[in-house]
Design a protein around this ligand. Sequence first.
Ligand code: ZN
Length: 250
Amino acid sequence: MRYLIVSDLHANLEATQAVLDAAAPLGCGGVLVLGDLVGYGPDPEAVVACVRALPGAHVIRGNHDRVAVQPEGAAAFNPAARDAILWTRAQLGADPLTYLAGLPQGPLAIDEDTAICHGAPFDEDAYIFGPGEANAALRASTRRLLFFGHTHVAALYAAAPGLPMRVAGPSASSPYQVTLDPGERWLINPGSVGQPRDGDWRAAFGVLDTGAQTFTCHRVAYDAARTREKMRLAGLPASLIARIGPASLR
Ligand code: ZN
């Protein structure tokens, strides 16, 4: 079984479509969506519709999905994120809002080996940026493989009993594949589809192959100029537009 794994789509339709196009020939029979379908980007309704149309998808909410539904939570966001989520809420009709409100909070068990969460298994708003935080997250999980998002930074951590946490990637090369040694537990962030923050502007996604026990990180270019133009027309904050696309567009 192969799973397409995506996180932090953030209402970026061009990036989402590029990922789905790139993943189409890879033979994925299921999809794991780690939250933050909306927020920041210009196409919240269309991205929610894309996710809802995915066959065999397991979807959890992210903090932006939660605040789109419960806008009183926007007070905890920085000003740009707050402006964007209030704009997002105003764009969403009753049906997609009801869908977002019904998304489960992680961690969500997928099978006996695998679980997904947005931030960390103990707190959907917690950030995992290093081996120490990764260790704490693995201790809080009952599964061998735990997938997370929220940081918008692709990351792979491997833990074997009695050894320090191993940083196993990612790499600048794409695709980049690791073998999930059965003697290790893994904590993996596939990176962000719609707003990467790891120095590579391209949309990120991952593929888990449960039979071969491999995970592959992918990056795919998309029409970021179009996304930026939509954000400008929507009046979304300039600081958010500046996070989208290659340096040549900034
Ligand atoms: Zn996010």
